[in-house]
Write a protein that binds this ligand. Sequence first.
Ligand SMILES: Nc1ncnc2c1ncn2[C@@H]1O[C@H](COP(=O)(O)OP(=O)(O)OP(=O)(O)O)[C@@H](O)[C@H]1O
Length: 305
Amino acid sequence: MKPIIELRNVSKKIRNKQIIDNLSFKVMAGEVLGFLGPNGAGKTTTIRMITGLMKVSSGEIIINGTNLKQDFEKAISQIGAIVENPELYKFLTGYENLMQAARLYKGVTKEKINQVVEMVGLKDHIHNKVKTYSLGMRQRLGIALCLLHDPKVLILDEPTNGLDPAGIKEIRHYLRKLAHENNLAILVSSHLLSEMEMMCDRIAIIQNGKLVNIQRVKEEEVKTRPYFIQVDKITSALNILQDAGYEANPHEHGIEVYLEKKQVPEIIQQFVQQNILIYEVKVISKSLEDRFLEITNDKAVTSHA
Ligand SMILES: Nc1ncnc2c1ncn2[C@@H]1O[C@H](COP(=O)(O)OP(=O)(O)OP(=O)(O)O)[C@@H](O)[C@H]1O
């Protein structure tokens, strides 16, 4: 999988207050990454930086290989985003809303409009007025608007706000479909673990502007488990794992990496060949929920808030 969004040591200071602190993560083509954190953790600020609405104080943001600072137009043209609620004309039909937006872009054909309608499952309702739509349908129309210019990245800030469980399920279905079938990299933020678990392939937890954890969700947790490996050369070990396509991050005095049991001896062999000393290998068995509650100190946010 190819990283489509990449943050490298991104920091943001506003009036001497460190809002985002050395944040690095990647969102791959074909995955939905959840950006989870309590209120005020820095999710919106990060999303505003990725979408070019706010400048970084330091660090780099790379969108599909283009550095946002070096070629803003090119980087931004690959992003579709809903940062606040989608702006919709409620007295027009869904189709008319799409036609309005299409005028802003060059070369959006009728076929393209029909294609995005199909992608978000609104075909049967697209000629009805938006005021008759449920919140979930409005979100889906908002997503269709974002897709008109063929972005590689879709970014949605709190897309489930105000939706009932059926609406959340509906959005989840279409986001997963877009990621998996159209190979989009999707970043969604939320402060609710339960919603993120329903929607995402991986979850990145942020607190006080820092990334505290990235973990794969559910199904894949069954196959792969997070291992902690304590080594002397963390960077070399990380490079070996990441080059081989493993999801690995620095963790305390070692590395956290998602592995299947049968992959463990293979990794140890590679480390030994590269003269990396291994002091400890253990499974980190905590669930995502344990980690999140621990991280948020059981305050403000719970998985069922
Ligand atoms: N323009 C600003 N000036 C000063 N402080 C700011 C500014 N924008 C954000 N902050 C502060 O930065 C921190 C992170 O805010 P941000 O909105 O990014 O968090 P969030 O995780 O999106 O939270 P929420 O879920 O409540 O939207 C908060 O403490 C907020 O008060």
